[in-house]
Write a protein that binds this ligand. Structure first.
Ligand SMILES: Nc1ncnc2c1ncn2[C@@H]1O[C@H](COP(=O)(O)OP(=O)(O)OP(=O)(O)O)[C@@H](O)[C@H]1O
Ligand SMILES: [Mg+2]
Length: 237
């Protein structure tokens, strides 16, 4: 569960980016975050990623982690999380950016594998899991290609496979379709829905009104650093 309670974010130059956000996202939910440019959407994601610290209020992230056949509940209070714990916290999240952020000198396989290598996964597990992940995003046939040999939509699918690599409970995507054409955008959104249906919490920031209307999911609208509406398929929550 993710809970923003009266969260404020004031940047060092004095800009009030978030001004009292209250927002609760349950495990396994799918949420679109919408709002005009400058509303505070990316700031909201940065706080969640702990790229920025909150200036006031509370932000708590609770994840159910499965280790072997045991379930344990881990709680992160992001106003108190110390810097050295941040890398551990980030492993709970899978992130997709507008500009893909793939390594140009690594193949598709290596890009996904790298995310697992950095957390110390064994090569045996990596060899088994990477093809399975590429299968989810329909890219098995591009395993040995380099990013510059792929379309934007394909690159974003690699980024999605990479976000899933360490099996996080929460997936965050900030305008994942901002750099790709409409047909591919629909495909990326469909994949995000598929990931949600596999039980993940998925948060997607987007400007694409047509896609938001089409999928009929929860839509949280941000304006001037506040949540101004929270609806599912046109129904007010
Ligand atoms: N590092 C920063 N320092 C100062 N102000 C910032 C910083 N980052 C963002 N802002 C300001 O905070 C406000 C919210 O920005 P944010 O990037 O969260 O908006 P957004 O909703 O993601 O917009 P867009 O749709 O254009 O991506 C804006 O007024 C912006 O100028
Ligand atoms: Mg933004």
């Amino acid at each position: 569960m993710i809970e923003f309670k009266d969260v404020k974010k004031i940047y060092p130059n004095g800009t009030v980016a978030l001004n009292g956000v209250d927002l609760k996202i349950a495990d396994g939910e799918f949420v679109f975050i919408v709002g005009e440019s400058g509303a505070g959407k990316t700031t909201l994601m940065k706080l969640l990623l702990r790229e920025e610290k909150i200036s006031g209020g509370n932000l708590t992230v609770r994840v159910n982690r499965q280790v072997g056949n045991k379930n344990s509940l881990v709680e992160y209070d992001l106003s108190k999380l110390s810097n050295f714990k941040v890398p551990y916290y980030r492993r709970e999240l899978g992130v997709v950016f507008q500009d893909f952020r793939l390594f140009p000198n690594k193949t598709v396989f290596e890009n996904v594998a790298f995310a697992m290598q950095v957390v110390g996964e064994s090569s045996k597990v990596i060899k088994r899991r990477v093809p399975a992940l590429l299968n989810i995003v329909n890219l098995t046939d591009k395993m040995n290609s380099y990013p510059n040999q792929l379309s934007g939509g394909e690159q974003q699918r690699v980024a999605l496979a990479r976000a899933l690599a360490n099996n996080p409970q929460i997936i965050i995507a900030d305008e994942p379709t901002g750099n790709i054409d409409p047909k591919m955008s629909l495909e990326i959104m469909n994949l995000l829905i598929k990931i949600h249906k596999r039980g993940k919490t998925v948060i997607v920031v987007t400007h694409e009104k047509d896609l938001v209307d089409y999928f009929k999911q929860r839509v949280v609208k941000i304006q001037d650093g506040k949540v101004i509406s929270d609806q599912v398929g046109g129904m007010k929550l």
